[in-house]
Design a protein around this ligand. Structure first.
Ligand code: ADP
Ligand code: MG
Length: 696
């Protein structure tokens, strides 16, 4: 029996999904797999776990697991459900990469999809769960798709064991045929339950003209107009990344200042323009005498994971060289930014990496006499429903990571979103009363949008996916029941690359006739080149030896030595969260090594010392072995005839010149040969994480 507070109970009863509780529970009781479709805000994420709990689906023998493609949703939804059910967070918990509050008592567990995938690696049958809910399946994140494929096999296996597992797939759209009509996935078509959306009409207003690039400025002008001229009701603005969100928040706060005479939400003050200016100044001064600013997120050894596009997008802000969220830009020069304090606007940012306390603010009513204005990335599209929104301002854009399948180059690009996602955004305006959506582009442009965005799995490089699947003993990745299979040639190319890097084991080489003799010879050539390069490096200084990697290692070492405090990080231009992640990753790797080599006896030294000459050599070898296909050579004389090759490098994979990124310590040095961690495309193709390979 759940003991809910009366006001919570009242709010629940208004959710459309409550009317479907009985039909949902009947379908779940009678079928191993059930699909639930319902508009964003209908109550799927917060209510379905409660239905299951009340129907006795948790007990000493199993828990309810819910996966989310975004961290922000996993954390905030677990907190919300705990609150609604009046249960401790020891019982309703979350787990995201490296962080969580799961206990032995946990019965409802929210997690990112990557976390559940790791759990399957440890326990293929997921025996600790009685129900697994895959949320936001319409987003088609790579891990979500893989999880659904795996679960389609786990469910019958659990059935055979007499310990049935229920699988619930939840989607904010009705487009679920890739799951329901894919016979390789589920031979019996799972029932689809449609939750009636109590959606009010939303009037769509298209711009006559589409702004060429300044969509952010266009958003600003539109919000100003709405706020000055239209009746009360919250405004939700969709932008593409964290830096844009902050910059628009600042402009709006300046235009419509809101003087707080109560204490509610006072911590916002830190974001006042004055404070930021001061902070920026002091940081500039300090910068000169401290470590160089290093964006450790860009050096992650972990593949971009957990489908958290905000995390990616944030990285991009740095790539483009902008001063992240501190750039005041040309905001001050705007004509219509005369501040008007008679019309207070309560402006809140919302994006994935925002601290949970700040995220939670969007759910609370704005201070009396003010209008709420949330400036968000597409976190607000389906993951979180903000109450009281009557006006949506949609820039129509989304920031996405693009991969070039042939060269493996990734870049962030702001592109038009899909029609489906634009319609989701518009829908946010009609939750509580009829609303309006202002699209800052013409209807002709909208007609050119793709209808739906393609599943991530068909676009991303699949190496890490294949490795994970091999770790699950899935040999024939080609035969895996993907909801939408990645292109066969991408799978084949990925296997070859992994073999080249020595990531897959011998049996695969021999067991795989696709590897021709020619290919084997190529691999041998690569290995020989690696060995030769390893010989070349001996006897250089550490910095020479490891290049940018040594800078990074130095930063981690210095930070650890100083006790890894937020203060140290701020003073030295390090990202505290990233440092914590690095430490946790070190812990994980240390444990992993110790468990394989019981006599290694590794431990985490809090006063990390720089590597010895010999250790640096090993490190370098590891780096090169891992980056065997990321070697670049200075442009040769004949290429230099063309100006575009000045200071450029040639890589094996690209015809275009690539350059050492200005943030690299090797930027001026221009060694003959280098290896790089990644190439990003901004104004040019840039190599990041560069180490030199000196020829003899
Ligand atoms: P769905 O998953 O179908 O999109 P949710 O279960 O997320 O719907 O949301 C149901 C309702 O609960 C929405 O009206 C939303 O505003 C509200 N809600 C969700 N999280 C919170 C929260 N932390 N505080 C207050 N209300 C919330
Ligand atoms: Mg939801």
């Amino acid at each position: 029996p759940v003991d809910r507070a009366p006001e919570i109970q009242e709010a629940r009863l208004k959710l459309p999904i409550l009317a479907e509780e009985q039909s949902i529970m009947e379908a779940i009781n009678e079928n191993p797999v059930v699909v639930i479709c319902g508009e964003t805000g209908s109550g799927k994420t917060t209510q379905v776990p409660q239905f299951l709990y009340e129907a006795g689906y948790t007990s000493s023998t199993g828990a309810i697991g819910i996966t989310e493609p975004r961290r922000v949703a996993a954390v905030s939804m677990s907190q919300r459900v705990a609150k609604e059910m009046n249960l401790s967070r020891r019982v309703v918990s979350y787990q995201i990469r490296y962080e969580g509050n799961v206990t032995d008592e946990t019965q409802i567990k929210f997690m990112t999809d990557g976390v559940l995938l790791k759990e399957i690696q440890k326990d293929f049958l997921l025996s600790k769960y009685k129900v697994v809910i895959i949320d936001e399946a319409h987003e088609r994140s790579m891990y979500t798709d893989i999880l659904i494929g795996l679960l389609s096999r786990i469910v019958p296996l659990r059935e055979k064991k007499g310990l049935p597992l229920k699988l619930i797939i939840m989607s904010a759209t009705l487009r679920v045929e890739d799951f329901t009509e894919n016979k390789r996935l589920f031979s019996a078509v799972p029932p689809v339950i449609q939750v009636d959306a109590r959606q009010f009409p939303v009037t769509i207003h298209f711009n006559k003209k589409t702004p060429l690039d300044d969509y952010s400025g266009e958003c600003f002008r539109k919000v100003c107009k709405i706020h000055r001229m239209l009746p009360s009701g919250g405004i939700l603005v969709f932008l593409t990344g964290q830096a844009e969100v902050h910059s628009l928040c600042r402009r709006l706060r300046k235009a419509f200042p809101f003087q707080k005479n109560n204490t509610a939400g006072d911590d916002d003050k830190e974001e006042s323009v004055e404070e930021i200016r001061k902070f920026k100044k002091s940081r500039k001064r300090k910068k000169a005498m401290t470590l160089p600013k290093i964006d450790l997120d860009n050096y992650s050894v972990i593949p971009v994971d957990e489908g958290d596009e905000d995390r990616d997008a944030e990285t991009d802000d740095d790539v483009a060289g902008s001063d992240l969220d501190l750039d005041l830009g040309d905001a001050d020069s705007e004509e219509d930014e005369k501040s008007d304090s008679s019309l207070p606007l309560y402006v809140l940012p919302l994006y994935s990496l925002l601290a949970p306390e700040k995220q939670a603010k969007v759910f609370r009513p704005p201070p009396p006499g003010t209008r709420l204005c949330v400036v968000a990335t597409n976190v607000a599209e389906t993951s979180l429903t903000i109450p009281g929104i009557k006006y949506v301002v949609d820039c129509g854009k989304v920031k996405k990571r693009f991969y070039d399948k042939i060269t493996g180059v990734s870049s962030f690009r702001v592109t038009w979103t899909s029609q489906a996602s634009a319609n989701q955004r518009a829908g946010r305006a009609g939750r509580t009363e009829p609303g309006h959506c202002y699209r800052l582009y013409s209807s002709a442009v909208f007609m050119d949008f793709e209808q739906f965005s393609a599943p991530e799995i068909t676009k991303r490089p699949v190496e890490d996916l294949i490795l994970q699947m091999k770790a699950l003993n899935i040999e024939k990745v080609i035969n895996f029941p993907f909801p939408t299979p990645p292109p066969a040639e991408a799978l084949a190319a990925a296997e070859e690359l992994l073999i080249a890097l020595g990531a897959l084991k011998e049996p695969l080489m021999t067991g795989r006739p696709a590897v021709s003799e020619e290919e084997t010879a190529k691999l041998k050539g690569k290995k020989a080149r690696l060995l030769q390069m390893q010989r070349i490096w001996a006897g250089q200084g550490l910095l020479q030896k490891l290049g940018d990697l040594m800078v990074m290692l130095g930063a981690v070492g210095a930070c650890e030595y100083a006790g890894c405090t937020p203060k140290f990080c701020e003073e030295n231009g390090l990202r505290y969260k990233a440092m914590l992640e690095i430490r946790r990753l070190r812990g994980q790797l240390t444990t992993a090594v110790n468990s394989v080599c019981s006599d290694a006896g590794l431990y985490i030294d809090p006063k990390m010392k720089p590597p010895t000459e010999a250790q640096a050599t090993y490190l370098r070898q590891i780096v090169l072995a891992g980056l065997g296909d990321h070697v670049a050579r200075r442009a040769q004389a004949e290429e230099l005839l063309d100006d575009k090759w000045k200071n450029a490098y040639k890589t094996a994979l690209l015809d275009e010149p690539v350059f050492i990124h200005p943030s690299s310590i090797l930027f001026k040095q221009l060694p003959e040969f280098v290896v790089y961690q990644e190439i990003v495309e901004t104004t040019k193709l840039y190599m990041k994480g560069v180490s030199a390979v000196e020829p003899e």
